[in-house]
Design a protein around this ligand. Structure first.
Ligand code: CA
Length: 221
C-alpha cells in the first residue's frame, strides 16, 4: 500500500514517513502544493495524507484539482485549522476523512487502514481469505495449520495487496506500483522473487501465474 504525505513541515513529514513505514506502508513525501499535485496525479497512491496550509497554496485546491480530473484516491486532511467550517470545506472539496493537529500517529494509521478497507469494500478489520489471516499490527500471516510466519516489509505489502484483491488478476506493473516507494527499487522482476517467497510460505498453488497477465491469489486453497 502506498501513501503520499503532502506536508511542508519537514520534521513532521519525516516522522510520518518513518511511522507509516513501520506500519507497513510505502511512503512518499511532497513538501508543497505543486509537488503534491504532481505526485498524486502521476502515481497510483492508495491513500493521501494532505496538509492544508502549504507554502505555495492551499491543500484544498490540490484536492479539488484531483477530483476535477476524476482522481478518486482516498484523501485524509491533516491540519491545525480544526475549526468546524474547515472540516466542512474539506469534505465539500472531496476529502474522505479529517484529523486535526496535534494528533496521535496511532489514530492516523487506524484511519488510513479504515480508508483502505472501505475502498476495497472489506468489512473486517483483519484481512483474511480461507486458510490464512494477516495480522497487520505484527506483520505476520497465520495459516490454517497453526503456523505463523513473520513477513519482511515487502512481503507484507505484497501479501496485503493480494488479500485486498483476492481472485483478481494483478499485473506485475500494478503490484510494483502498489508495493514500492517512488524512489525505491522498482524493477518489476524483483516481484517474481517475492512471489516465490510468498509461495514458499503459503503453498505454491495459492498464487497462480497467468502467463502474460500477472498473478492471482486464490481466495480458496
Ligand atoms: Ca503546513
Amino acid at each position: 500500500m502506498r501513501v503520499l504525505v503532502v506536508e511542508d513541515n519537514p520534521a513532521l513529514a519525516e516522522g510520518l514517513k518513518q511511522d507509516l513505514g513501520h506500519a507497513g506502508f510505502a511512503v512518499d513525501c511532497a513538501f508543497d502544493a505543486r509537488e503534491g499535485l504532481f505526485m498524486g496525479t502521476q502515481e497510483p497512491y492508495d491513500v493521501v495524507v494532505l496538509d492544508l496550509g502549504l507554502p505555495d497554496g492551499c491543500g484544498l485546491d490540490v484536492l479539488r484539482a484531483w477530483r476535477t480530473r476524476g482522481n478518486d484516491v482516498p484523501v485524509l486532511i491533516l491540519t491545525a485549522w480544526d475549526a468546524w467550517h474547515q472540516k466542512v470545506d474539506g469534505f465539500n472539496a472531496g476529502a474522505d476523512d479529517y484529523l486535526g493537529k496535534p494528533f496521535h500517529v496511532e489514530e492516523l494509521i487506524a484511519r488510513i487502514k479504515a480508508l483502505i478497507r472501505r475502498r476495497h469494500a472489506a468489512v473486517h478489520p483483519e484481512l483474511s481469505v480461507e486458510g490464512m489471516t494477516l495480522d497487520e499490527e505484527r506483520q505476520q500471516v497465520s495459516l490454517n495449520d497453526g503456523t505463523v510466519h513473520q513477513l519482511t516489509g515487502t512481503e507484507f505489502r505484497l501479501l496485503r495487496y493480494f488479500l485486498l484483491n483476492p481472485d483478481k488478476v494483478l499485473s506485475k506493473t500494478r503490484l510494483t506500483e502498489h508495493v514500492y516507494e517512488y524512489d525505491g527499487d522498482r524493477d518489476s522482476n524483483v516481484i517474481e522473487v517475492y512471489i516465490k517467497r510468498l509461495r514458499g510460505l503459503l503453498g505454491k498453488d495459492r498464487i497462480e501465474t497467468r502467463r502474460g497477465q500477472g498473478y492471482v491469489l486464490r481466495g480458496k486453497p
